[in-house]
Design a protein around this ligand. Structure first.
Ligand code: AMP
Ligand code: ZN
Length: 474
């Protein structure tokens, strides 16, 4: 039984998809006007865990993530660089796909670009005009929030906080009052525009879509009028997701989405990481500092997605250390010979892994942590308890069964456990190690220590064991 916290009801609910074993999942993707910061990436990792958990629970998931390639920020950036919006956003789009690959975020079924769905947006706006949820002013089209009776239900904006008749033109507004928001913006100098043929107009209205309409148009294009899960970060609750509900339900009269999931922010010194605040790191920044991207993935899994998470380089280092310990453990297991012990018989049912009563309980604990609204910190604790128990008494366990169980967990965690291979030291390090041995045997300890330092600079540590010195990747 999978439970998820639904922002529509503000409760944990048992997940029941619209169609028996299929799930439609739509997540708000990047606005490609800059490199994603690791706050954005935290949200995409949470959504990846959601998708993987649904698959782990046996659902067939269709995931759609939009790419916002036209909005206020993109136009501003493109104009500043004297480029059109397509040339301007191309490299950021590429960087986004590189980042998510490095973070083991599984590819979505579709990544629709906003600029390739202008037609669908115009059709949707036309429907809203017809049903009088929308009205035209000076070549622009607005959504009339006073007509949509449940406006504000998702974000709990009360009726008295709605400014009836007031209008807002900008794509982003984090105000706590609701106003009529823009669906179609009349063309302005220096902005890209498309012709919209709305009924009752002799000529097309040249302009561009407001930001919110794209997610309604694209999600309904790929999933139909209603679908299962919509996710993003908490700042999208209002106005973006609120407006999406109004636009979609206003046009179709049907319930738009069953479950809204909103992830909490990544913070720096207690403040939201944001481009505008200038307190951000990109994945590239972390890599330049010597971090593995998966250390960041591990770091985000150590907190629940609905808790704020404060980012520091020290805590990232701690996450990297834990991940390396996990990889080392897996490597050791891989090197352990197969030894089926009594009680570790082959699985009773095909596809049911692992064998052995103890491990079945461990798998249940891991699964119930994840199925409890994606409790990844608890799931990681289950994994580490298993490792600690094994380390205390390896003879009690079958190494291969544990390895199989860790691979099974990694279907959700995505920490690359199957792919870990022993890293071979480079020739330079090996030859330094030989020189150090010669120096040590000759009693030249100062030289031996100097060489040890050089080896360390190359990222390796020398550990002297009774039989021979060993190299450890630092
Ligand atoms: P954007 O590229 O600005 O459209 O943002 C992409 C996604 O990242 C959206 O779901 C945002 O809500 C989310 N986001 C922005 N800042 C943060 C943050 N500090 N922590 C987590 N998610 C964030
Ligand atoms: Zn969206």
């Amino acid at each position: 039984m999978l439970t998820l916290y639904n922002f529509l009801t503000r409760k944990k609910e048992i997940f029941k998809p619209i169609y028996r074993n299929k799930v439609g999942l739509y997540t708000c993707g990047p606005t490609v006007y800059n490199y994603a910061h690791i706050g954005n990436l935290r949200t995409y990792i949470f959504e990846d865990i959601l998708r993987r958990t649904l698959e782990y629970a046996g659902y067939k998931v269709k995931h759609v993530m939009n790419i916002t390639d036209v909005d206020d920020k993109i136009i501003k950036g493109a104009n500043a660089e004297n480029k059109n919006i397509y040339d301007f956003s191309e490299s950021y789009k590429k960087a986004f796909f590189n980042d998510i690959k490095k973070l083991h975020i599984l590819p979505a079924w579709k990544y629709p670009d906003a600029t390739k769905h202008i037609k669908e947006m115009i059709t949707l706006i036309q429907k809203l005009l017809k049903s009088r949820f929308a009205y035209k002013v000076g070549g622009s089209v607005y959504f009339d929030i006073s007509k949509f009776k449940s406006y504000g239900n998702l974000s709990r904006l009360k009726k008295r906080e709605l400014k009836i008749g007031a209008r807002v033109d900008t794509d982003e507004y984090a105000k706590n009052t609701g106003e009529d928001f823009v669906l179609w913006k009349a063309v302005r100098a220096g902005e890209p525009s498309w012709p919209a043929r709305f009924a009752g107009e002799a000529r097309p209205l040249w302009g561009r879509p407001g930001w919110h309409i794209e997610c309604s148009a694209m999600s309904m294009k790929y999933f139909g009028k209603s679908f299962d899960i919509h996710a993003g970060a908490i700042d999208l609750l209002f106005p973006h997701h609120e407006n999406e509900i109004a636009q979609s339900e206003g046009a179709t009269g049907k319930k738009f989405v069953k479950y809204f999931l909103e992830g909490e922010h990544l913070l720096v010194n207690g403040k939201r990481m944001a481009k505008s605040a200038g307190n951000f790191f990109t994945l590239r920044d972390l890599e330049k500092k010597g971090f593995n991207p998966l250390a960041f993935r591990y770091f985000t899994l150590s907190a629940h997605y609905r808790s704020q998470l404060n980012f520091t380089l020290e805590s990232l280092k701690a996450a990297q250390n834990s991940l390396e310990r996990l990889w080392e453990f897996v490597l050791n297991l891989k090197a352990t010979p197969l030894s089926l012990k009594p009680g570790f018989k082959s699985p009773k049912k095909p596809g049911f892994f692992p064998s052995g009563a103890v491990l079945i309980k461990v798998r249940e604990a891991f699964q119930s942590a994840l199925f409890d609204d994606l409790n990844t910190p608890k799931a990681l604790a289950v994994l580490w308890n298993l490792i600690n128990d094994y380390n205390k008494n390896p003879k009690k366990f079958d190494a291969r069964a544990i390895l199989g169980l860790l691979y099974d967990f990694d279907k959700v965690l995505g920490l690359g456990l199957r792919a870990v291979r022993p890293v071979r030291p480079p020739k330079e390090v090996l030859s330094l190690l030989k020189k150090r041995e010669i120096a040590r045997k000759a009693g030249n300890f100062a030289i031996a220590d100097e060489i040890r330092r050089k080896i360390k600079q190359l990222g390796w540590q020398v550990k002297d064991t009774p039989s021979r010195p060993e190299l450890i990747h630092a």
